[in-house]
Design a protein around this ligand. Structure first.
Ligand code: NDP
Ligand code: MG
Length: 384
């Protein structure tokens, strides 16, 4: 029996790399659903190649164009955000790959878990926003959440076969394009400079998040939820070569690391084929080409948002949701040339001061928090 995959965000960076894995193993995988937000032409092209049962275009204004493009195919076409929650819960689906970006991924993750699907998760924002809800629904059903994020996949791989709990994890960070940029120059960095990640080619939002270290902060929060670790058990080290994808330390002092070239195909395939591995291209790590692996602490002065993420995690409630929503607005404004790079931190910190704290948020509270955070972020942006 083939594994039936609903792939959310198929037109993005992780989505396309997931389809590479499916393309290489047609005897193992079958796609039941593909989705996009705006890029309907690319979605139609993917649908013609992979022949899913359904496609979803989140932005309803492209529904007509997509339907016409697929009018000769036996493929159901849906539009709107709510359709994403419906397709993941379909009886045919075994595994949901969530490769959406941002808050938009949270409800589909929750719907997948509630429908008892295996969730292969790239959309870290799902756990940043509502980790408590998603993990408790998964625990009720004894469902694994299979991480696609490379650091979490590394930790997951290091923990495979261990019966002892880890003492701590070390999440590695490339440091992004501004690792060596002096503080006084950060005000002037351009969108093109921020989008030029030294080691990874990814979607625009996560690339900006990587440069501010918001991404690393979100990964700390993600590690907390996925592996049940306290904030003081999660350390971050800058490792500019991006060869060690993360590490786990045990009580006896042993440290296990997962190493490899920076290529997301590996964690995607590991999540889909877990617990088995399999052949995956020719790009193998050659230590002699990478003889020096270095590690250094994060400079908290130039990258204050990593500490902000730890603070949000310790505070709990809706704090991480506020950080996420305000960050999404700030990153969009920076990409559109409306604010300076250093304003991203100002927007997030301002929103965290102004949005009401909710100690035990429900799904509705998260939706309201997300809206409030964005609204306050927009007010701050307007004054930047
Ligand atoms: P991309 O921006 O490349 O792709 C995002 C996908 O989601 C696209 O298919 C896009 O559609 C769709 N989408 C965007 N917004 C919405 C929305 N509001 N509603 C519905 N669909 C939407 O992102 P990435 O692939 O880079 O990242 C996806 C997730 O994986 C993120 O959470 C990221 O943090 C995480 N991740 C990514 C890594 C990477 O290497 N790229 C590494 C580790 C984690 P359209 O194409 O039409 O815009
Ligand atoms: Mg990562």
């Amino acid at each position: 029996m083939k594994q039936k995959i609903a792939l959310l965000g198929s037109t993005g960076s992780i989505g396309c790399q997931t389809l590479d894995i499916v393309r290489r193993r047609p005897e193992e995988f079958e796609v039941t659903t593909l989705t996009a937000e705006n890029r309907w032409e690319k979605l139609a092209e993917q649908a013609k190649e992979f022949k899913p049962d359904s496609v979803v275009i989140a932005n309803e204004k492209h529904y007509k164009a997509l339907s016409e493009a697929l009018s000769n195919e036996p493929i159901k076409v849906y539009a709107g955000a709510a359709a994403l929650e419906q397709v993941v819960a379909g009886g045919e689906v075994d595994t949901v790959v969530n490769a959406l970006v941002g808050y938009a991924g949270m409800l589909p993750s929750l719907a997948a878990v509630k429908a008892s699907k295996r969730l292969a998760l790239a959309n870290k924002e799902s756990l940043v926003v509502a980790g408590n809800l998603i993990m408790s629904e998964a625990a009720k059903r004894n469902l694994p959440i299979l991480p696609i994020d490379s650091e979490h996949s590394a930790i997951f791989q290091c923990l495979a076969g261990e019966v002892s709990a880890p003492r701590r994890v070390i999440v590695t960070a490339s440091g992004g394009p501004f690792l060596r940029t002096p503080a006084e120059k950060l005000d002037k960095v351009t969108v093109a400079e921020a989008l030029a990640h030294p080691n990874w080619s990814m979607g625009a939002k996560i690339t900006i998040d990587s440069s501010t270290l918001v991404n690393k902060g979100f990964e700390v929060i993600e590690a907390h939820w996925l592996f049940g670790l306290r904030p003081d058990q999660i350390d971050v080290l800058v490792h500019p070569q991006s060869i060690v994808h993360s590490m786990v330390e045990f009580d006896d002092g042993a440290i296990k690391a997962q190493l490899g070239t920076p290529d997301m195909h590996l964690p995607i395939q590991y999540a889909l084929r877990f617990p088995e591995r399999g052949e995956l291209g020719e790009d193998r790590l050659d230590f002699l080409k990478h003889p020096t692996l270095t590690f250094e602490p994060v400079d908290g002065e130039r990258f204050p948002l990593l500490a902000t993420a730890y603070d949000c995690l310790r505070r709990g409630g809706n704090s991480c949701c506020v950080m996420n929503g305000s960050n999404e607005e700030a990153v969009a404004a920076f990409l559109a040339g409306r604010i300076k790079y250093t304003d991203i931190a100002r927007v997030i910190i301002g929103a965290l001061e102004r949005v009401d704290f909710v100690a035990n948020p429900t799904v509705e509270d998260y939706a309201a928090t997300n809206e409030a955070s964005r609204q306050i972020a927009r007010q701050i942006i307007a004054k930047c």
